[in-house]
Design a protein. Sequence first.
Length: 257
Amino acid sequence: MDTNRWRLDGQTALITGASAGIGLAIARELLGFGADLLLVARDADALAQARDELADEFPGRGIHGLSADVSGDEDRHEILDWVEDHGGLQLLVNNAGGNVTRPTNDYSEDEWRGLFETNLFSAFELSRLAHPLLTRHASSAIVNIGSVSGLTHVRSGVVYGMTKAALHQMTRNLACEWAEDGIRVNAVAPWYIRTRRTSGPLSDPDYYDEVIARTPMRRIGEPEEVAAAVGFLCLPASSYVTGECIAVDGGFLRYGF
């Protein structure tokens, strides 16, 4: 067996939203496969702490951090200039995202536009900006962090669902358009994952019971389980996989009545 198919040695990955939760788990996963990392997050202190933790766990590995807000155009260009200064890129993980859950008619224009900038336009623009760097290599990959909210109705609000559905379609379109450039583009779609962001709604016992009742595996997912799917989609072992959206949902999307 060619063990190099399951390694990322010599490859550099840019991960957004990398200071906690799913993003931090993805960072650990890719480091475990041998990649070097460029980490981006808004909170400079949290990012520095995450970088220090990872550096302790993976001594000698290239791990760099940049505090930036991917929802802003100026910061997006700053991120790619920084990436180029570090020698290029083979892997891009568009993980940064956020949500405000409200009834549809209660969103302010600033709120819904802000969610589109963070969840969708950031991934679109960073992918476009990274394209020249990714095409320098024979095989590169983009992985977008979507959501089951982009595939079916959940109670996360219409705007979040809209942004994730569009992200999934962007994934399919770019996979077809950029295949000739040697860039694979895939997505993962988590259901409830145990993170700081989900701790609020899941702290309601009645709501928690409803979530578990709709999940065949009868538990909440862990960030490492999302990271494992992302890791596979980055590996040479998945070299014939593109345009896919893998649900990491404990069977939620397949559950009938």
